[in-house]
Design a protein around this ligand. Structure first.
Ligand code: ACO
Length: 428
């Protein structure tokens, strides 16, 4: 195959090199387009055809339903690894050996105390505040409590910032939920694994011992692994572009949390449950909602269906569907919401509209069902997603800084008014 792409504009020919990735993906390198054509740019709303960077972290093939972190398949990692190993893998590129993993965990634990004054900020939020808004604010606030900026040329400083946020973030997650539910704010237990500690911090009741449930630990571990990275999605691109101005790690993460909040992205898991509840309240008529989803005059969309990249199936959804069945079975949960979900799934998979558009259940369709069975409140679902995505955001931020990427600054095609004269207020 030729290694050159040719472009002809107004009879003039331009050549652009093709770049090939390790999985034989091909990109046209148009970085010289604007200078060589004297001002012509590309336009690509939603960046559907635009690679914003080269990355060695996550590979996904939406047509074949493949997802790999650093070369390892998501199926294998979900089955055999734990969340902390996956976090290490994503951030540093290799699976840790026992010694490296123990050190990583010990370093995280040594940073798992949050300045007590952060509680004052939390106190100022009304109980009605959405946990994602609170989490984004608290993550940003951490910068004020840990102000020294990270010298990205120092591996040590970079590592310290990473273990610090991995230690403090679960505390913020737990406090966000406990505050809303009027529970005392507690610190974690250093004797526990990362995920066990998260569960205890979230659910420990003030008047009794917390009993760990291995089913819940396993389910949460899997969920966090499945959410840990997904290449250049909306929130990750936000983290990278924020960090590209050399803004610090914590504020870049805070920006990512805000991007994740939206219902078309991480907020979908909450939206799925709310949709299922609404269908239940309305008598459980799934056909009515299928018709609404297909009606172009109705803004309703079947939440948890469709994906920008996966146009065959979402490999995470397959793993999580199995986990949902296991968790619900093991916990003995019978939930009418689950029946509605199964009904919708069956109808959508057989419906021409959904089949033609390659709309399949995505990871969020099932994750909310597991979170609900675990006793996690609906408005905390996206917070749990953020907890899982944290190592991915960190890995992407680190990669972007180590590769010395330029500041992210897209162009635009201006379609507004051409120059006009100012009219004083009494003449308007
Ligand atoms: N329900 C009904 N119709 C849908 C849905 C849906 N969930 N998703 C897409 N479509 C239709 C669109 O109306 C469009 O139809 P048309 O071609 O007749 O105009 C077609 O399918 C293509 O949809 P787009 O919006 O162009 O696809 P895009 O790639 O831009 O959007 C997205 C992907 C945002 C995920 C979309 O499928 C959606 O809104 N899904 C519901 C929200 C959701 O579940 N988000 C979670 C994503 S996963 C994650 O972030 C972890």
């Amino acid at each position: 195959m030729s290694k050159i792409a040719n472009l002809e504009i107004d009879g003039k020919k331009y050549e652009f090199p093709l770049v090939v990735g390790t999985e034989n993906e091909i990109a046209v390198d148009i970085s010289s387009l604007r200078s060589s054509t004297k001002g012509i740019i590309t336009i690509d709303p939603g960046y559907k055809n635009t690679g914003s960077c080269e990355s060695a972290i996550t590979f996904l093939d939406g047509e074949k339903g493949i997802l790999r972190y650093r070369g390892y398949s998501i199926e294998e990692l979900a089955e055999k690894a734990d969340f902390l190993e996956v976090a290490y893998l994503l951030i540093f590129g290799e699976l840790p050996n026992q010694e490296e993993l123990e050190k990583f965990h010990a370093d995280i634990k040594s940073h798992s105390v949050v300045d007590d004054d952060v509680k004052k900020i939390l106190d100022a939020f009304p109980k009605s505040a959405h946990p994602m808004g609170v989490l984004s604010s608290l993550t940003s606030a951490l910068t004020a409590f840990n102000p020294s900026s990270v010298d990205v040329n120092s591996e040590e400083q970079m590592y310290n910032a990473i273990v610090r946020i991995l230690g403090k973030f679960p505390v913020l997650v737990a406090w966000t939920m406990r505050k809303k539910h009027g529970l005392p704010l507690e610190y974690g237990d250093d004797s526990l694994g990362y995920v066990e500690n998260v569960l205890k911090m979230m659910f420990k009741s003030p008047n009794k011992e917390y009993e760990q449930n291995p089913i819940l630990i396993d389910a949460l571990d899997k969920l966090l692994i499945l959410h840990a990275d997904h290449e250049q999605n909306c929130s990750t691109s936000t983290v990278r572009i924020t960090g590209s101005s050399h803004a610090g790690l914590f504020v870049s993460l805070s920006a990512g949390i805000s991007a994740l909040w939206g219902p078309l992205h991480g907020g979908a898991n909450q939206a799925v449950l709310e949709m299922l509840e609404a269908i239940k309240e309305d008598g459980g008529d799934t056909k009515k909602y299928m018709a609404k989803a297909k009606d172009k005059n109705d803004p309703f969309r079947l939440m948890g269906f469709g994906h920008r990249v996966y146009k065959n199936f979402d490999p995470r959804a397959k793993i999580i569907k199995k986990a949902a069945d296991e968790v619900l079975g093991d916990l003995g949960v019978e939930d009418p919401i689950l029946d509605i979900a199964k009904g919708l799934e069956k109808e959508a998979l057989e419906d021409k509209y959904f089949v033609d558009r390659k709309l399949y259940p995505n990871v969020d369709f099932y994750s909310g069902i597991i979170y609900r069975a675990m006793g996690i409140p609906t408005d905390m679902f996206t917070v749990m997603f953020a907890l899982g995505r944290l190592p991915g955001w960190i890995a992407q931020w680190r990669e972007m800084r180590l590769r010395k990427e330029p500041i992210g600054r897209p162009r635009q095609l201006y379609v507004g008014e051409t120059q006009r004269s100012f009219k004083s207020i009494n003449k308007r």
